[in-house]
Design a protein around this ligand. Structure first.
Ligand SMILES: Nc1ncnc2c1ncn2[C@@H]1O[C@H](COP(=O)(O)OP(=O)(O)O)[C@@H](O)[C@H]1O
Ligand SMILES: [Mg+2]
Length: 258
């Protein structure tokens, strides 16, 4: 099962990505979690300690790796470099293991943007494509709200794209943009997860704002989950209500793709 999780900053993408990754690992799957958000916080949602998090060097900052694979010096412009760097062993060699989940943090590419052709960005794109298309086991990608940088081929390797929203207009507007982009790159299965829902009113607000969308589930607002974040605990320490919601969503996904 290959999942991409998107949505506005702060809506709970990493929370959901970590929960699904940890639950799949508990069920014995080999799970690869990719933090593809420049504002990376998946490691913390998975419950890695501050020291473990500090030890992770994002792929984009591993100058030696970028240089070895692309044949180009990082942060020097106007050079020739390989457009198809070898990436097949990076997941094995550079992932951080935690409770059955292998985590890869891609990191930000300073130049940014989909058209960026610096060596770091070429390596990251090749890596994501390779991982999504060839990795057999479960894959969860935590990503920012843009999907343009997912090439068409990569996007088609993703079984389901989940867009997380909260009961606020800005996250709804962002979800609509993500849906449009996802459709353009050919992602077939798009689902909404409503997060931080405090009342029926909240849920109805989201359902009315996105009337034609398929809902995967609703996660209640949880003080316990907020506390888990503050204390550096994994999202599965977020209280039985939210864990039940995560389990329910995973069950739904498994019905669809297994
Ligand atoms: N259902 C929820 N109830 C309470 N707090 C939540 C809930 N979901 C997420 N949060 C909190 O919201 C903040 C942002 O969540 P996070 O998953 O990091 O968002 P994103 O990855 O989309 O930026 C975190 O502090 C997280 O603990
Ligand atoms: Mg995040």
């Amino acid at each position: 099962m290959k999942l991409a999780i998107s949505g506005k900053g702060g809506v709970g993408k990493s929370t959901l990505a970590a929960a699904l990754a940890l639950l799949m690992a508990k069920r014995g799957r080999n799970v690869l979690a990719i933090d593809a958000d420049a504002d990376a916080n998946l490691a913390s949602a998975l419950g890695l300690s501050a020291e473990e998090q500090a030890a992770i060097i994002p792929i984009s900052e591993q100058a030696a790796l970028v240089e070895e694979r692309t044949g180009a010096k990082v942060k020097q412009y106007g050079q020739m470099f390989k457009l198809n760097p070898r990436v097949d062993d990076i997941a094995e060699g550079y992932a951080t293991k935690h409770q059955g989940v292998s985590l890869i943090v891609l990191g930000a590419v300073e130049q940014g943007g989909s058209g960026c052709a610096c060596p770091e960005s070429v390596l990251l794109r090749a890596l994501v494509t390779d991982l999504v298309l060839y990795k057999d086991d479960a894959l969860v990608m935590d990503m920012e709200a843009g999907v343009e940088h997912l090439g068409r081929a990569t996007a088609q390797g993703v079984d389901t794209m989940i867009v997380v929203v909260e009961p606020g207009q800005r996250s709804i507007d962002c979800a609509k943009r993500v849906f449009r982009m996802a459709e353009q790159v050919g992602i077939q299965d798009l689902r909404i997860v409503a997060n931080k829902v405090m009342s029926d009113d909240d849920e109805q607000f989201i359902r009315k704002a996105l009337p034609d969308c398929q809902f995967l589930g609703v996660i209640p607002f949880s003080e316990t989950l907020r506390q888990a974040d503050r204390h550096g605990l994994s999202v599965l320490e977020g209280g039985s209500e939210v864990v039940q919601a995560f389990e329910h969503m995973l069950h739904e996904l498994e019905q669809g793709t297994l």
